[in-house]
Design a protein around this ligand. Structure first.
Ligand code: 13P
Ligand code: ZN
Length: 273
């Protein structure tokens, strides 16, 4: 068996979470990650027949039965993951009945998966139903997105339009826009269900006064979506109280979409002239 500390997926996760901590998005235990692993990625490093313990999912995760995940632990700090992955991360398989996860590695100090597991797993189910290649759900407390949710209407169309107008690349990176939820109590199945509903249509979901969920086929894709939204939100927060002399018009957003071959979410732009 090879040393799991040399597994590429683990190195990738450690580096990503360290980077996010350094960006100031993941204070204390803020933020969580779940990443679908392929059995063939795991078996050189781990005996997947040895289950350490089971943790209940408290909802029906049957559509994910048999899938492997690496998931951040509840109460764990992104800051500490790089140096101590075995206490802060867990590798698990969803049980055949979808009622629990079987811990195969990690949570060495007796830890459990993130309290946002319902939002993660339910979002995986939604994204897999529209994209079989999907693998990552990433939640973070990126500062400017949270700031923007205090001063901007929380409907998906206007929130997305403002973000698109803040940087030229936004239309290219997330033409499908962002879903938005109002403030809700976090860490329970209700917000999990609401998030997963948005994830049937969107790859991104903003949680009002809390943070964002981003998804993708890879860690880079999920992170890239979130950092692009966060950058746009930062520009919005910087300019919102200043006289605006020009913006990117809907006409120009259509030109961008055509040039890069992307389809803006229907109804979010004014019709072409
Ligand atoms: P966990 O520590 O349970 O992952 O919760 C952090 C968080 O961001 C809650 O939304
Ligand atoms: Zn959070």
């Amino acid at each position: 068996m090879k040393d799991i500390m040399t597994a590429p997926f683990l190195t990738e996760v450690r580096k990503l979470l360290q980077n996010m901590y350094r960006l100031g998005w993941d204070e204390r235990n803020g933020g969580n990650l779940s990443y679908i692993l392929k059995e063939e990625e795991l078996t050189p490093y781990l005996d997947v027949t040895k289950v350490i313990r089971n943790n209940p999912t408290n909802f029906d995760a049957k559509p994910l039965a048999g899938r492997y995940f690496i998931v951040t632990g509840t109460g764990k700090y992104f800051k500490n993951v790089y140096d101590d992955p075995e206490n802060n991360l867990g590798i698990m398989r969803v049980s055949a009945d979808g009622q629990s996860v079987e811990l195969l590695w990690g949570y060495a100090d007796g830890g459990r998966p993130t309290s946002e597991l319902p939002a993660h797993f339910r979002s995986h189910i939604s994204r897999l139903s529209v994209d079989p290649e999907h693998r990552v759900v990433l939640h973070t407390h990126c500062t400017n997105v949270i700031a923007m949710t205090f001063v901007h209407p929380l409907d998906a169309r206007s929130f997305t339009r403002t973000l698109w107008q803040m940087c030229t690349e936004c239309m290219v990176v997330f033409p499908d826009g962002v879903g938005v939820l109002p403030w809700m109590l976090c860490g329970n199945d209700e917000i999990g269900v609401a998030t997963a509903e948005k994830m049937k249509e969107f790859r991104l979901c903003v949680w009002g006064m809390h943070g964002i969920f981003g998804t993708g086929k890879s860690l880079d894709e999920a992170f890239g979506l979130v950092e692009t939204v966060e950058k746009a939100a930062e520009i919005y927060v910087k300019i919102m109280n200043k006289p605006i002399l020009q913006t990117i018009t809907d006409e120009q957003l259509w030109i961008l979409a055509d040039a890069f071959g992307v389809t803006p979410r229907e109804g979010f732009l004014e019709p072409r002239k």
